[in-house]
Design a protein around this ligand. Sequence first.
Ligand SMILES: [Zn+2]
Length: 125
Amino acid sequence: MLCHNLPFTTVVAGLAAAHCRSWKAGALVFVSGHLHLLGDLIGSKGPEGHIWSVPYLPGVELAWSGQWELNAWPNVVLTLVALAVTFRLAWKRGYSPIGVLSAKADRAFVRALRRRFGEPQGTGS
Ligand SMILES: [Zn+2]
């Protein structure tokens, strides 16, 4: 409830913009926050049929009667596609989101990908 609304998304986007000194970073965080809310709105139904609503603004609660369950096939497909894209970008660029947590783990992850799939062209290594 506290983190699934417009005020929270705006504050986090502002913090990102200030931290990165980039309005583009803030805008991307704002958009990604809203993609998260959209995902919750369309695909977060509970196992007993409970529809997950988004308290977007005080007095404005968003919900969709067509919401699919959290473990429904569209969520599985979207997750697999997102993982495949993330792995491909990590293989090609040489870094991944793991680097946020550990540079050493990120290097090991990229090394494992490149051992498995070969070196991408144009990296010079
Ligand atoms: Zn959520």
